[in-house]
Design a protein around this ligand. Structure first.
Ligand SMILES: [Zn+2]
Length: 407
């Protein structure tokens, strides 16, 4: 019998290895120059910035949406798309999110701002926007539970390129953008049953830190989509470890083969099987968009709401397109097919049947037992175990699910 790895090493190895995104577009880009110019004039701090040219144009990818998180806070999430008009690098200095009346809700500066900002190509985080490039900044406003402002406003300050020519420098009237003004999408999150059952389910990649899921952004049908903002990669843990032995075989991972359950009544709109499970750490074979999710099932559970399950075990899919399923019904088993580095379930809700062109839909799980929050570096779990209702288990949480269903 092989000695199990330490809890710490097992968890850490898995977290570092897990890189599941259904449609990963990670391009190695040259490091952006980080020209930090001395500001030609102080950034405006007044809420009332006069109309004038700016170096940046800022929009939102979609209206902010919210969930109740397992930290007992309401998380309002969206992405700002920030385009640098100038022919040199503009560096973001700060992003402030405020209510309409100017009450501050969030400030991103320094390393935190850089960690939440990336080129739309998915390149490494940076607060420096190259010439005529667009970045996305991940916004996660965490407020006391139940607090959802009707409108969010923004104040974004930046530094100009050091070598900007005098004519352009003269044209830029402000080093602060007071935009955009965003109405928060008031639709409540979709309440679902758990897609898994049993103890120790670890959210390895999820909302609302800048994880691969939270960051994923790409164009589809000529517009920007974010299909995985609230998606979760779940792995099963035991005593803080995710596998026994050396973890080189799928069967050594505790969640491998676990039943995957319908999260609500619905109709199957996609059922793909026959794709080979790969060994942990092996390179996936990705020839078509469908290959990214591997063996997969999608269930329409409401108007414009589809539950997606990815990376299923080959040969385990036991539903067919058009079949009606009930909440708690088994759809297949947890596997390691598609764009994956270790056995896990990729689960999320999206607004279209074709997940690769869809936007994510926020969800809350009807009930579960919160075990704690695992430190990805040490594997140590902290927090007070307690039952939770209608809550989104945030990234790095460990949760126990019962037999499923809605209460
Ligand atoms: Zn995933």
């Amino acid at each position: 019998m092989t000695r199990p790895p330490s809890a710490i090493s097992g968890l850490r190895r898995s977290v570092l290895a897990l890189g599941c995104v259904l449609l990963a577009v990670v391009v190695a880009a040259p490091a952006a120059a980080t020209l930090r110019a001395a500001s030609p004039r102080p950034a405006t701090t007044s809420a009332a910035v006069p109309d004038q040219p700016t170096a940046l144009a800022v929009t939102a990818q979609a209206a902010p949406r919210y969930v109740r998180g397992s930290d007992d806070r309401t998380h309002i999430d969206y992405d700002l798309l920030i385009t640098n008009w100038l022919p040199g690098t503009v560096t973001l200095r700060s992003i402030n999110v405020l209510t309409r009346s100017g009450t501050p809700l969030l400030e991103l500066t320094g390393d935190e701002l850089a960690a939440h900002t990336h080129l739309v190509s998915g390149a490494p985080p940076t607060a420096a926007i190259p010439a005529s490039a667009t970045v996305a900044t991940i916004i996660d406003v965490a407020l006391p539970q139940g607090t959802v402002p009707a409108v969010l406003t923004h104040r974004i300050s930046y530094d100009l390129p050091a070598d900007l020519n005098p004519a352009l420098r003269a044209l830029i009237g402000s080093l602060e953008v007071s935009a955009p003004v965003l109405a928060v999408d008031r639709r409540t999150p979709t309440v679902i049953a758990a897609p898994l059952q049993g103890p120790g389910w670890f959210n390895a990649v999820g909302c609302c830190l800048p994880t691969l899921h939270r960051r994923l952004l790409y164009p589809a049908n000529g517009t920007w989509v974010k299909g995985e903002t609230f998606a979760i990669d779940w792995q099963q843990s035991r005593d803080g470890a995710l596998f026994e032995g050396d973890g080189s075989r799928n069967s050594q991972w505790f969640g491998f083969g676990a039943p995957l359950l319908a999260v609500a009544d619905g109709t199957v709109v996609r059922a793909v099987d026959g794709k080979t499970d790969i060994a942990p750490g092996a390179s996936p074979v990705l020839a078509t968009p469908e290959d990214f999710a591997g063996n997969q099932v999608t269930v329409r559970i409401g108007p414009g709401v589809f539950a997606t399950y990815g990376h299923l075990l080959e040969g385990s899919v036991q539903v067919r397109v058009g079949q009606h399923v009930r909440a708690g019904q088994q759809l297949g088993r947890l596997g390691n097919s598609g764009n994956t580095t270790a056995p896990h379930l990729h689960f999320g809700l999206v607004d279209r049947a074709e997940a690769v062109v869809a936007n994510a839909v926020p969800f809350e799980i009807d009930h579960f037992r919160f075990v704690g929050v695992a430190d990805p570096q040490t594997g140590q779990i902290t927090g007070t175990p307690r039952p939770m209702r209608r809550t989104y288990p945030l990234v790095n949480t460990v949760t126990d699910f019962d037999q499923g269903g809605l209460s």
